[in-house]
Each structure stands twice: as structure tokens, then as C-alpha cells.
Design a protein around this ligand. Sequence first.
Ligand SMILES: [Zn+2]
Length: 213
Amino acid sequence: MFAATSLVVLSCGDDSAGDGASSNDEIAAIVDDLNDYWSQADDDLGFDYEPVPLERVGTAADGLTCSLEPIEAEEVADNAFVDPSCSEGITVAYDPAYLGESLARAEATMAHEWGHVIQAQAADLDISNDPDGLPIDAELQADCFAGAWAAERAEADIERLRTDTAKAGDEGEVDIEDPHAHGTPEDRTAAFDVGLDGGPAACVNELLDTLPG
Ligand SMILES: [Zn+2]
């Protein structure tokens, strides 16, 4: 397992059903798109984005390793995570069955994970590093960054992404101190919309005003 710092392992899944399948090629295309987007949008945030190589994005079955240790399927079941601490470079691991449920699931999950990539590359932008910050802030900021990425897409795609983001929300009451909390469907949609409407900078400057707690 990984060392425990605030950003090392961020599990971001749920187990709701999807509406179709996405392939590894589609996931590679999503990764390319996210790399292209953030290579431009980094100007808004005042840092130099470093694209994540495709070989650092994969599944346990791909033989993906972190500091020479294989990623185990159970670490990533029904989920995806970003680990910036691996000696090989930043690692984005995902469960192909989970992402394969639908294209919207694959896109929404990867766009959220890329929020964690941004936080890893520019720690001063990570609002959970604020003295009053909580792990849930990092999760909702990742949804916000996903919304910023979604803004350039067609209206119907944006709606599918928003719906999938909400579906991955926590059920019932959310304890905002819980290190595993991601936010209710409403919290997650609100964060997504801040990025959608305001762009990436809003996820650093304005998002705190909409966060729970
Ligand atoms: Zn997350």
C-alpha cells in the first residue's frame, strides 16, 4: 500500500450501473483530451501542467506498477485513483469494468481524477491544503475541475457528465470530517457547476464559498 499523505490515494468510485461500454481506446482518447485541455487551461491557474504519459494510466491487468510494486486489482475495484508518489511518475489507475460501464462514466471519472492530477502538480492550488481544509474539499475541487473541462463539450454531453458526477455522490448524510467523504450528489453537482460556469480559476477562488461546512 501507499504512504498516507493527504493526496496519495484518492478513491473516487461508486457502483451504480451504466448504459453502455467504453473501451481502452476510448479511455486513451479521454486521457489525450484531458492532457490537451490542461496544457491550455494551466495558464488560468498560473502553473505549468505536465501531461501525464499514457503509459502511466492503466489497470492492474496492464501490469501498471507504482515504485515497482504492481497495482493490485482489489486496490482499484469499482474505482480509480491518482498516486503522485510513484518512482515511475504520477500514476492513474482504474478498474476497466467500472469505467467500462458507459462513456459518461469513463469521462466523468477520468475528468475527476485529472482534478487530483492538477492538485498533485500544483499543491498550492489544492484548497484542501488550506489550514481549515478537509479531504472532502479536494474531492469537490476535483469535481469542479471536471466541470471546467466539460464546459467545452456539447450540452447533452455536459448533462450526462453532470448526471454521472451526481450518481457517484455519497448516499445519505455526509460527515464532512470523514476522510472518505466525496459529497452528496447535490454537493458534487454544485462543485461541477462552479467549474463549468467559471472555469478552472473559479475552482480555486470561488469554490470555497459553495463548499459544505
Ligand atoms: Zn477523487
